[in-house]
Design a protein around this ligand. Sequence first.
Ligand SMILES: Nc1ncnc2c1ncn2[C@@H]1O[C@H](COP(=O)(O)OP(=O)(O)O)[C@@H](O)[C@H]1O
Ligand SMILES: [Mg+2]
Length: 272
Amino acid sequence: MTSTAIKGADPRVIFTNVSKTFETVKGPLNVVSDVSFSMSEGSFVSLIGPSGCGKTTMLQMLAGFVQPETGSITVDGAPVKGPDSDRGVIFQEYGVYPWMTVAENIAFGMKLARNKKTKAEQKEAVDHYIDMMKLRGFEDAYPKTLSGGMRQRVAIARAYAVSPQILLMDEPFGALDAQTRLAMQMLLMDLMQKERKTVLLITHSVEEAIFLSNRILMISARPSRVLQSIDLPYAYPRTPEWTASSDFQRMRLELEEVSMQQYAEQQKLFAN
Ligand SMILES: Nc1ncnc2c1ncn2[C@@H]1O[C@H](COP(=O)(O)OP(=O)(O)O)[C@@H](O)[C@H]1O
Ligand SMILES: [Mg+2]
């Protein structure tokens, strides 16, 4: 028996009754309330919830940047203590370092001691992801000279280059045009299949979540609670044509209704 086989049998990520309250100038703000869910190896879980409800906070707790207040988060059985190379994060914004070129940004994670890549391996990986993300010709460019979509592709390349087993993606494709977005979604599905990644994706797009996920968690207005957990039994790879099917469209309408309700609830919170 290999350890991989044992790992695969257990959930890789477990949230157990996780809550979080921030101290703010206006007093305590409860952002995450009693969230429990797990992710098995190779699963693709999406979170859909209104802006400001606490999704990024959940992802940052799993990444190890923010500590839960109560409850626990484990990765492969061990409590999350801080960031580690087993979890790659793609942030919603500020994903690239402005003082580094495209190639330096992509190589960044591989230079960290904990990732232990040789110079030759780094070069090979940078080359590979420059092509994959269609950044050829921009290796030596600085982020400020690139479009928002290109910068986001650099950020995605940097996270993929370290080859983390668990990918945490915070609205990674929001800044991309429709065509690039689809290309990135197809690439991600391909990567998932080839390397059995475990993915947690935050998205505003119900369509994106259905297209990519095998589980969708519908998140409430603040504080974040899991309102519904929907399993999607559809095989991979999925095709763009599938999004026109009646199965897909029925689910889209259903989830968009839930999503709009929570959006309205969250708007009321902002109004107060
Ligand atoms: N470090 C922090 N200190 C105080 N408040 C915070 C902090 N981080 C996030 N918040 C607040 O928590 C709420 C949820 O934020 P966030 O998790 O970013 O939501 P989402 O990603 O769903 O838009 C927001 O009201 C935000 O202002
Ligand atoms: Mg967010």
